[in-house]
Design a protein around this ligand. Structure first.
Ligand code: KG4
Ligand code: ZN
Length: 348
């Protein structure tokens, strides 16, 4: 049976729209990033984010349908990110999606943003087999999740303070890089010397799978201040070396906890999701360490690691197959626990 879903993502600062087809895969995928809009404020301004989604969403829906060569009559559902995220931004996507679904007389499908991230690796070939452990590392979340089957998620550990992406962005800011600085910091680190600064590997010695990154940020700040006060000031090579040592500390921590999570959950496949998953050094070290333990690592391509409509369309398709569709009311939940989701029986 034909099953084709339009996915809409507006939970933060990316407007994402895509069409996913159960047999043909991803038919079209468009993302508009608001990064430039928020850069001058050093972070996402929620009200500006909502207003920009209002401007961009419908034109992007049209462009995506054109790219796929489809008319609305050829769709079977409209999936949308219903949370967690910024309430104003979520409301734009959810009201538009519910409205389109009503007008087109097809179901609307509310989707959990983190479930969509966790399932993004399924869009790749080869796709991982269930069960697996997922490391979700974005600007807002750092989590290890045991994924037994679609909809069955057990959070094994998460950050107690800053998210990994947030730590990258704050450190980048300390080094004078524009927001969001994660990718620029990783670029700067490629020119740095390994191991010059001994930054903490937070919570590595303690048992358990939680993370904490705020101490690391403070340690970087102390070194930056110390170098600024030195006779030479903070030099270009200092900046690159700090970036390198910082990245090494984060990567070591994420890799060690991921390996521990595989052992704890008794799984041999790890998938990486979220914007920090685009980090080259994290990918390389995870691959080596997993291989040494006979485990496999799966990554979505970088554009599917960051926020996008494709992962929402895919998660929406699975929810549609499981019969979990909207009752017609607009759903938008800024906070929404991942382990509260309904399992999807008989799907995938
Ligand atoms: O998943 P995402 O697009 O948005 C959220 O839902 O948060 O993740 C964005 C985060 C930002 O903090 C950004 O700095 C970080 O991912 N990021 C990176 C890299 N590319 C993006 N961090 C480290 N290395 C990268 N190459
Ligand atoms: Zn996200």
């Amino acid at each position: 049976m034909r099953l084709r879903v339009l996915g809409i993502e507006t939970s933060c600062d990316e407007t994402g729209v895509a069409v996913y087809d159960a047999t043909q895969g991803l038919l079209a995928h468009e993302v508009y990033s608001q990064v430039k809009l928020h850069a001058r404020y050093g972070g996402v301004v929620p009200e500006l984010a909502s207003r920009d989604h209002v401007r961009k969403l419908l034109p992007l829906v049209r462009a995506t349908l054109d790219e796929a060569g489809l008319s609305p009559a050829e769709l079977d559902g409209v999936a949308y990110t219903a949370g967690p995220g910024l309430i104003g931004a979520l409301l734009v996507g959810s009201t538009v999606a519910e409205g389109l679904a009503m007008g087109w007389e097809i179901p609307a499908i509310p989707v959990h943003h983190l479930e969509a991230h966790l399932l993004a690796a399924m869009l790749e070939d080869p796709a991982p087999q269930f069960p697996f452990v997922a490391l979700l590392v974005s600007g807002g979340h750092t989590m290890l999740v045991d994924v037994a089957s679609p909809g069955c998620y057990r959070v094994l550990g998460q950050t107690l303070d800053d998210a990994a992406g947030e730590a990258f962005d704050k450190t980048a800011k300390l080094l004078g890089l524009p927001y969001p600085g994660g990718a620029a910091l990783a670029q700067l680190a490629t020119r740095g010397a390994s191991g010059r600064f001994d930054f903490p590997r937070p919570m590595l010695k303690k048992p358990g799978l939680d993370f904490s990154f705020s101490g690391l940020k403070t340690a970087v700040m102390m070194v930056v201040r110390e170098r600024e006060a030195s006779a030479d000031g903070l030099t270009e090579s200092d900046r690159a070396d700090i970036a390198k040592s910082f990245e090494e500390a984060v990567v070591d921590t994420l890799v060690a906890k991921s390996m521990r999570a595989l052992k704890t959950a008794g799984r041999d496949a790890l998938i990486i999701a979220g914007g920090v998953g685009a980090n080259r050094s994290l990918r390389d070290v995870l691959r080596q360490e997993a291989a040494a333990r006979g485990a496999q690592v799966f990554y979505p391509r970088p554009e599917l690691c960051t926020d996008n409509g494709a992962m929402v369309a895919y998660a929406g398709l699975l929810r549609l197959q499981a019969g979990h569709v909207s009752d017609g009311n607009v759903q938008a939940q800024p906070r929404w626990e991942l382990d509260s989701l309904m399992p999807m029986r008989g799907v995938a």
